[in-house]
Design a protein around this ligand. Structure first.
Ligand code: GLA
Ligand code: GLA
Length: 690
């Protein structure tokens, strides 16, 4: 723990010991972290002072820099130049702006590829890429590791005592690409050997008896290269996905170890990718002080569908024990590479999205990026400012939110999202479905989203749990499509139900063991007794042909898959309306121990189906729902000392009124709000208990 000074404020840098939360606001000297991703290397130095003035004017006290600037920092092997970055930091620090520096390994220099062409990715066809793009490297390549150690060491040595550098972002968006070269193959074989110890164990676990794939030497184990007929062993692929995730973690730890040794005063984070989950974030984030991630809601077609970025926020929060997190890239303008994504939005909507991040647990908002690039692939990816630096409407929006968030900081500081409902996010099931969706348009994320949306429409906070998470605090756990599970997870869910929890399972649960091998038990396998159902037949659907009848008289369209349920001890809540299995059970509920298990054998595109379903579960588990939140309006809650901080967010271009259960005070104006809160188009209200 160290102490340093920036622009007159004392900053106490801290490192969160395991199990203790990291206080981002304290880390930033008591200020809400508010910033922009800044690339001074791409702009004339004469512009920096003006930039810093405009940032300060907008309430910005933070920048992230450097994650692609390796060649500026090390123009030749072993020759370092940090003078330009020192000067940039000096200008920024003088305006009260502190920095997180990216270790620049997301953009390796051209000279490194000239010397070591094999650091570049080899794809699944055996084609070695050449220099270009970014993050084009093989995680296990020893030359790349050596180059990484050299630049990270030099950077850490240079900035370890710098008062204006409060932390490190390791690389950027660590995840894919997968590399399929001989070094990667040897690393995978070694990983398999560590995991299975004996080759016989691997052969048995992967079922290599199929098509005569049995291995007699570790060196025979292939990578899932592109092969004839696209025919793979799903067990091998799932382990390759795990290997990739573990390798990413190992690479992060490789950098983190250098940083922690040389620069223990500074915090360590990453810029992660929400729903893009080639990496098991839960596992990776044990190595971080806090989670950082990047949020681009404009990528979604219907911008009033706030629950899409909402789920990603909650997933990222859940990936490190629901600690408050950092928006390392918050959308600051329209995005696009070759073409712009979507249409320009009302600038006010960017502010609503920034508040949404805060409402879901962000204690820092950093916009991507300060100014749109003049160069390269992202000329069309807007920053706050456009290339001409004109203080446009987005800048005005940023300045407004910046002032408000500083005003709200004492209220927000120490507050958290508290949930009694959790969604289980299983990396194993997700990866297994990627390879074998079972039915063409099955989407694991859609399963999560359907239930998530229903709870959020009802104003209920949702945590995202991962298989190792503690479930005791939740009244309802939804574990959709739990295709792959091991005994530990089965035991955990069973114990959760036995002690009074409500579990919602959906089709394709309990089908495979942890090796991605299909069970020989009657489906839903390990969950059959708990759910009180047996599945002796199922129907993959290519269209919307099926229908759910019930609960009661209601009818809903059904799609994707039908598990035809035979209740053993469960009660039938809904049946199928069509085909040869009309009248057979589609949705059931079973009492088990002190709790209950819902089994939903199919999927619907009707939100009403999920609303009905969660209403049933909520009534039995005493979870209060708010049935009167208008469409396109989100009500999200943070809590502090048992009191609520309510965010009412309007994502639509129309004024709305939102009835709340009691009258609240507007935290920004200090005025009392009526019971029926009026919320103008693209506006936000932050409310507190009087
Ligand atoms: C062919 C092959 C079998 C099997 C089936 C189904 O008939 O001969 O080995 O692969 O297709 O794929
Ligand atoms: C990601 C990256 C950024 C930038 C943006 C926009 O979030 O981290 O470097 O490329 O996407 O494309």
């Amino acid at each position: 723990m160290g102490v340093c000074f920036v622009a007159g404020t004392m900053v106490r840098a801290q490192q969160a010991p395991a199990g203790k939360s990291f206080d981002l606001i304290e880390w930033n000297g008591g200020k809400f972290i508010y910033g922009a991703d800044y690339y001074p290397e791409a702009w004339p130095e004469s512009q920096w002072e003006k930039d810093a003035e405009m940032m300060q004017e907008a309430g910005i006290n933070f920048v992230r820099m450097g994650e692609f600037a390796w060649v500026k920092m090390e123009p030749q092997e072993g020759r370092f130049d940090f003078a330009w970055l020192d000067r940039a930091l000096k200008v920024l620090n003088a305006h009260g702006i502190r920095a997180v520096l990216g270790t620049p390994t997301a953009g390796p220099p051209a000279w490194l590829y000239t010397k070591h062409p094999d650091i570049a990715v080899m794809d699944a066809n055996g084609v070695r890429y050449r220099f270009g793009s970014r993050r084009n490297y093989c995680l296990h390549n020893p030359d790349f590791r050596a180059a990484t150690a050299r630049i990270v060491t030099a950077l850490a040595e240079h900035y370890k005592d710098h008062p204006g550098v409060i932390g490190w972002q390791i690389d950027n968006e660590l995840s894919d690409p997968k590399c399929y070269d001989a070094i990667s193959q040897a690393a995978f074989q070694a990983w398999c050997q560590r995991k299975f110890r004996a080759l016989e164990a691997l052969n048995a676990a992967w079922g290599t008896v199929f098509w005569g794939h049995t291995y007699h030497a570790w060196e025979e184990i292939p990578l899932p290269w592109n092969t004839l007929f696209n025919a793979y062993n799903p067990s091998l692929i799932l382990d390759f996905d795990r290997f990739q995730s573990a390798s990413t973690h190992d690479y992060l730890d490789f950098q983190a170890a250098i940083l922690r040794k040389i620069a223990p005063r500074q915090a360590i984070t990453e810029n992660e990718m929400g729903m893009f989950q080639e990496t098991d974030w839960y596992d990776l984030n044990h190595s971080l002080d806090f989670v950082g991630w990047d949020n681009y809601p404009m990528m979604y077609k219907d911008l009033t569908q706030y629950a899409i970025p909402g789920l990603a926020h909650d997933l990222m929060r859940g990936s490190k024990d629901n600690q408050n997190f950092m928006m390392m890239e918050e959308e600051g303008g329209l995005g696009g590479w070759a073409t712009f994504i979507g249409r320009q939005v009302d600038p006010a909507l960017y502010r609503v999205w920034a508040y949404q991040s805060v409402a879901h647990g962000a204690d820092g908002v950093c916009y991507f990026r300060w100014r749109t690039s003049r160069y390269g692939t992202e000329q069309y990816w807007q920053g706050i400012l456009d290339q001409d630096s004109y203080p446009n409407a987005r800048y005005a929006m940023v300045r407004q939110a910046g002032r408000e968030l500083q005003q709200l900081t004492p209220l927000l500081h120490g507050s958290k999202v508290v949930s009694v409902v959790a969604l289980l996010n299983s990396p194993d099931s997700r990866w297994a479905f990627q390879n074998q969706p079972g039915v063409e348009d099955f989407q694991y994320d859609q399963q999560l989203q359907d239930f998530y949306d229903a709870f959020r429409r009802a104003g209920v906070s949702v945590d995202v749990a991962f298989p190792p998470s503690d479930l005791a605090a939740y009244r309802i756990v939804v574990a959709p499509a739990l295709l792959v599970s091991d005994q530990a997870l089965v035991d955990k869910l069973t114990a959760y139900v036995q002690s009074g929890g409500t579990l919602i399972l959906t089709f394709r649960s309990g089908v495979k063991d942890e090796n991605n091998v299909v069970t020989d038990r009657t489906l839903p396998g390990a969950f059959a007794a708990l759910a009180g159902v047996a599945i002796h037949d199922f129907d993959p659907q290519m269209n919307e042909e099926q229908e759910i009848v019930g609960p009661g008289e209601a009818r809903f369209p059904a799609r994707c898959w039908s598990d035809i349920l035979t209740p053993t001890t469960a009660k039938v809540l809904a049946t199928y309306g069509r085909a040869y299995y009309a009248g057979k059970a589609a949705v059931t509920v079973n009492s088990a121990g002190k709790g209950r298990v819902y089994y939903v054998g199919t999927e619907s595109r009707s939100p009403l189906f999920y609303d009905r379903l969660i209403a049933l579960a909520a009534r039995q588990s005493l979870v209060a729902l708010n049935g009167q939140i208008p469409q396109g309006v989100e009500v999200a809650v943070r809590q502090k000392a048992g009191k609520k901080i309510i965010f009412v967010l309007n994502y639509t271009g129309m004024g709305k009124s939102v009835p709340l259960e009691q009258a609240y005070r507007n935290a920004l104006t200090g005025k009392a709000e009526p019971l029926e809160v009026q919320i103008p188009p693209y506006e936000v209200k932050v409310l507190t208990e009087p």
